[in-house]
Ligand binder design. Sequence first.
Ligand code: NDP
Length: 280
Amino acid sequence: MSARILDGKAIAARLRARLAERIATLTYKPGLVVVRVGDDPASGVYVRNKDKAAKDAGFDSRTIHLPAETTQQALLAQIAALNVDPSVDGILVQLPLPAQIDAQAAINAVDPAKDVDGFHPINAGRLASGQPGLVPCTPRGVMHLLAESGAPTRGVRAVVLGRSQIVGRPMAQLLLAADCTVTIAHSRTADLAAECARADILVAAVGRPEMVRGDWVKPGAVVLDVGINRLADGRLVGDVAYAECAERAAAITPVPGGVGPMTIACLLENTLDAALARRG
Ligand code: NDP
C-alpha cells in the first residue's frame, strides 16, 4: 500500500481562506498580540510567520518585542495590560522565554479567554473535563488533518507518542473526545513498537528523528507526524521514518508540510473563536 499524503500546506491554506471569509463579515478585526522576549532566532522566524499569516487573513496582528533582560515582573505587567485591552482578543507569549522568567507564571498570567495557545491550566482543565475552551494549536491542527483523511475515529485505537503539555496530553484528550480508545506512550513505555503496531491512528510527538519505523505501523493506519527535527546535514525530518511508514499507512503527513502549517492556521482559528466568544 502507498499512503495518501495529507498535504498540511494546502489544508492550512484552505482553513486560512475560510477564516478570512468569516472575518470579512465582521465589523471589527480580531486582535492578536504576540509577546516575544529576547532574540531566540527560531522564535523570530515563527513570530514573523504568525504575524504575516494573521495580517493576510484580516486580523489586527501585532508583536511586542521585549529585550532579553526583561524581568518577570515587567512581562507580567505587560500581559496584565493586554488582558484588559478591549482591542486584544488573543495573547500569545512566544516560548522559550529567557531563563530569569518562569514560563508557567507567564502562561498562568494570560486571561484564559484570550489564551489562544490553549496552555492556561483553566483551558487545559476544560479540555480534560470535556468543556468548551481554547485548545492548543498543534493538536487542533492534527484533528483537522485526521478529519481530512476521512478515517473514522469512533471506537478505533489511537496511540499518542509523547506526553508534553503542549502536544501529547491535549492531543490525547482531543482523540478521546472523538471517541477513540487512547493510549499515551512516552520515554518510560516498555515496548513502543508493540503499542504503535496496535494503532489505527498514530500521532508521533517525541522530537526523535525518524524514531517510528515502518514495521511499527499497522497496515492501513493514519500516521500523523508532529516532530520537527533538524539533522546534522541540514535536512528537516519528523519523528516518523516517512518512506517506510508510507508503505504501510493509509494516510500520512509529510515533514515539512504536514502538521507544521496547521499550527499557525489553528492559532488564527483560536483567535477568531476567542473574539467571537468575547464580543458576541
Ligand atoms: P517535549 O520534549 O516536551 O516532549 C517529548 C515527549 O516525547 C515526552 O513526553 C517524552 O517522554 C517523549 N519521548 C522522548 N523521547 C522518547 C523516546 N525515545 N521514546 C518514547 N517517548 C519519548 O516535546 P514537544 O511535545 O514539545 O514536541 C515534540 C515534537 O514536536 C518536537 O519535535 C517538536 O519540535 C515538535 N513540535 C512541532 C510543532 C508543530 O507545529 N509541528 C509544535 C510543537 C512541537 P517523557 O515525558 O517520558 O520524557
